[in-house]
Design a protein around this ligand. Structure first.
Ligand code: UDP
Length: 239
């Protein structure tokens, strides 16, 4: 039962949808609290937790650009959406008595801290949960790429992508009942087979910098803790 964590520092990528629950939009308070509790438990076990939060539950730049909006403006709005989600996570963690700092790649420092690498590392060393918001701070990128970048910058032991499915499949398990889940893959497998794990930029960043990735289901309660205490859950992707 009380197993020790196998990772010292993790980077958790939460998509905006991870906070949305069954709603079609926005943040579901119950889901937010549950995710915060699970993250808080990792931190209580002594794991240093950094989070990159997405914004797709509120706003996606590419979608708006298709409707005619200038892509850069739409992406600025998308990045601001991730800041809103970040503030919600910070609030939920603080209500549970955890210490947390939101750090934004865009400067909005009356709302949260600016991202400064050394400061982020210091927060982690002090046991604070750090939420990285505003992606990379640049349009045309994704929060998956931001997660790869921050995982590498923070020297995380592993990047964990928390999704709606319990790993990477050879075809969509919602459409194909015979879809097979992979236990492990290499980054080149993902690229060659065009498996939809993350965008190519994010995959290549991880591959070239030897950052292992675990894809797990955030809607399965306890999955994060099982992974961090050494169980082989989801799909492992390595170089
Ligand atoms: N975004 C951006 N640059 C980044 C990260 C994100 O412009 O480095 C914008 C982009 O418009 C994106 C939105 O923020 O659609 C929300 O991020 P994402 O779609 O990655 O969120 P998720 O799918 O993880 O919820």
């Amino acid at each position: 039962p009380d197993k020790a964590p196998i990772f010292k520092r993790i980077l958790l990528k939460l998509s905006g949808e991870a906070l949305m629950g069954d709603q079609g939009y926005g943040i579901c308070p119950d889901v937010l609290t549950r995710v915060a509790r699970e993250v808080g438990e990792l931190s209580s076990k002594g794991v240093e937790v950094a989070i990159v939060i997405g914004g797709g539950n509120i706003f996606r730049g590419a979608g708006m650009a298709q409707g005619g909006m200038d892509r850069v403006t739409a992406d600025h709005m998308g990045m601001l959406a991730t800041v809103m989600n970040g503030l919600a996570i910070q609030d939920a963690l603080e209500r549970l008595g955890k210490f947390c700092r939101v750090m934004s790649a865009l400067k909005i420092n009356q709302v949260c801290e600016d991202y400064i690498r050394r400061r982020a590392v210091r927060h982690l060393e002090k046991g604070r949960i750090v939420v990285f918001a505003a992606g990379t701070g640049n349009p045309f990128f994704t929060t998956d790429t931001a997660a790869s970048l921050r995982a590498i910058e923070m020297n995380a032991d592993v990047m964990i992508k928390a999704t709606k499915v319990d790993g990477v499949y050879d075809s969509d398990p919602k459409l194909n009942a015979n879809a097979q889940r992979f236990e492990r893959l290499t980054y080149d497998d993902v690229l060659n087979r065009r498996l939809e794990v993350m965008d190519t930029t994010a995959i290549v960043m991880c591959r070239d910098n030897h950052m292992p990735l675990r894809v797990i289901n955030i809607f399965r309660e306890g999955e994060l803790m099982r992974l961090v205490t050494g169980e082989s859950v989801g799909t492992l992707i390595e170089r």
